[in-house]
Design a protein around this ligand. Sequence first.
Ligand code: F6R
Length: 241
Amino acid sequence: MRIYRAADYEDMSRKAANILSAQIILKPDSVLGLATGSTPIGIYRQLIDWYHKGDLDFKEVRTVNLDEYKGISSGNQQSYHYFMKENLFRHVNIDQSNTYLPDGLAKDSEKECSRFNEVIEQLGGIDIQLLGLGHNGHIGFNEPGDSFEKGTHCVTLTQSTIEANSRLFKEGEEVPREAYTMGIQSIMMARKIVLVVSGREKAEILKSAINGPVTPLVPASILQMHSDFNIVADKEAAALL
Ligand code: F6R
């Protein structure tokens, strides 16, 4: 486990973007495991900037995303498909047919989970997985529970996650209550992991995840067992480490 301490959000974003861009430069057809949420936005902005400067090429890059809401279409502005298009894909020369997310409108959830597991397998696995950290220690939508879930599965979101996500929805818009997520096994099989954490309100949970016992009650704690686990945290998030 390596901890990279950053001065602030901008510095955290640049440091994490450097790790991702090194991966792309060293292996142009890398499979990037990507996350949504507010934490990675600065990283994507930085990658777009380096792409415009000619330092990065996404032509052969493939991506898989951690999760997607169930019951909304990829065109819905709240979907993670839409988020990825707006925050990264449409700004760089990635081939959109090389970008994969679970299909929120799939009729058969179980089949959709198997399909997504197969997608990851057929791509040859994930080279580098970017993760944000939920306030309750979730990664992807793997919420605290009795055991670690393995592959892609469908989850009912906890009230705290629904509340945290509601800030991204307009008033009156219903926040989805279910989602597809990669499982802990899919995440742990990534060859490299980069967890990005920003802000004082994540300091306590980051400390539990990194220094506490490995337990499904804090899903991110399993990352301690990964052989190439990198944490990029700003000063406030790393305050208790
Ligand atoms: C998003 C995801 C979530 C977020 C987490 C932190 O694809 O999988 O686990 O990474 O909820 O979200 P932010 O960055 O908004 O604090």
